[in-house]
Design a protein around this ligand. Structure first.
Ligand code: COA
Length: 375
């Protein structure tokens, strides 16, 4: 029996309407710093508590390339007394927040090609944080869309979406499903430590969806999945210790290690060569000259990292056309970043063009998805 070819039939995006600019974020952080320093003035004077330093919008843009980010809960995130997203608790009969934005992104993908949700066989909720352990967010999204079949959650941090695409492609190759939705709702402001000067500016919120299908049911215009590869290498340089064994204890609740923590410089130094080598080797194994790649939709964490990776892959500094940025207006949206870039910047490519979706981040984890435009 010949292998069934998996393709990307459609993608979808949900962008929260509220935004926070660097100036707004820095004003909030600096108000927190002033409050903190005033409240602890005596301990600071006695050398028992460290005086906090202000943040700066210039630093943020220079160090990361981020100018603004979309968020789910602007007022609470900017309030120096909360500094994180807040909304009224929802009852079990209401759609949860993560599922709600996941459904919106999924519908955007399904409607783009007129696909009836009843013809979808499986839903993967692939994201770096889940709102609860169970029932799975994916099953809630499945039910809200009226999809039969099966659904489950998977978390591979920033690489969740590419790992989801390979998983979906494997289901299709094996004949276990013919149409799979990979949904990535990323409410990254919820796991960010907005009181940490080194990283308070990094993240934004969004949801994406990728519809992976067997080629024979896909619309005429689609993206053939030429090859996928996944890689993980353990590292403590991006870590979050939040979990069911410590979440509820009074000693640990609210401690900074239960939120996102990173050694940003080490991440930069270690991940750039790892990912560039992976892309070049995978391209070679597929018989693709990396320099011929029409476009790189890279993970959106840091513009400097993307500049170096694309340079090593293409052999020259990539133009915005060759490696588009969405980081400037979305911030780091974890696994959704490369999918937003793909979604917003693929329509101008021609039939036959070969290009790459690539993620990298905590774990470490990295995923490469080579795609070729058909029709
Ligand atoms: N405002 C002003 N200055 C700041 C600041 C802020 N918010 N945060 C840090 N600084 C200062 C530091 O105190 C330091 O000052 P010093 O040189 O006097 O000690 C200087 O800026 C450099 O800080 P550093 O944290 O080393 O900056 P960086 O250039 O490495 O950039 C990151 C930080 C996080 C943006 C960058 O390392 C990065 O993006 N790395 C990759 C992260 C990544 O991809 N993570 C994956 C997450 S999913």
């Amino acid at each position: 029996m010949s292998e069934i070819t998996p393709v990307i039939s459609a993608t979808g995006l949900y962008t929260p309407p509220e935004t926070i600019t660097n100036d707004e974020l820095v004003a909030s952080y600096n108000a927190y710093v002033e409050l903190h320093n005033a409240r602890h003035a005596a301990e600071i004077a006695a050398g028992k508590v460290e005086e906090l330093q202000p943040s700066s919008a210039e630093f943020i843009e220079k160090a990361s390339g981020i100018k603004s980010r979309h968020v789910m809960s602007k007022a609470a995130t900017l309030d120096p007394e909360t500094m994180g997203p807040r909304w009224p608790e929802r009852s079990n009969d209401e759609l949860s927040v993560m599922a709600e934005i996941g459904v919106k992104a999924a519908l955007d993908a399904l409607q783009a090609i007129g696909r009836d949700p009843k013809d979808v066989d499986a839903v993967l909720c692939a994201a770096s944080n889940m709102q609860r352990p169970y029932p799975a967010m994916a099953i809630e999204i499945q039910q809200a869309l009226g999809i039969e079949g099966f659904a489950f959650d998977m978390n591979v941090a920033c690489s969740s979406a590419t790992f989801g695409i390979q998983t979906a492609a494997d289901f299709i190759r094996s004949g276990n499903a013919r149409s799979v939705l990979v949904v990535s709702p990323e409410i990254c402001t919820g796991h960010n430590n907005m009181k940490n000067r080194d990283s308070h500016f990094i993240f934004g919120d969004v949801a994406t969806a990728v519809l992976v299908e067997a080629k024979d049911i896909a619309p005429e215009q689609h993206w053939e999945i030429v090859g996928t590869r996944l890689k993980t290498v353990f590292s403590n340089n991006i870590r979050n210790n939040f979990g069911f064994l410590n979440a509820a204890t009074p000693e640990t609740i609210g401690t900074p290690d239960k939120l996102f923590v990173q050694e940003g410089r080490k991440v930069f130094k270690e991940v750039v060569p790892m990912v560039a080598t992976m892309i070049v080797e995978h391209a070679g194994d597929l018989g693709i000259d990396p320099a011929s790649l029409r476009r790189l939709w890279l993970h959106q964490a840091n513009s400097g990292m993307n500049r170096l990776i694309s340079q090593r892959v293409l052999g020259h500094e990539a133009s915005e056309d060759e490696s588009p940025t969405v980081l400037d207006s979305y911030g780091n949206t974890s696994s959704a970043g490369s999918i937003i870039a793909f979604h917003l910047h693929n329509s101008d490519l021609a039939a036959g063009d070969t290009a790459l979706i690539c993620s990298f981040g905590a774990g470490y984890s990295a995923g490469t998805v080579f795609v070729r435009k058909v029709a």
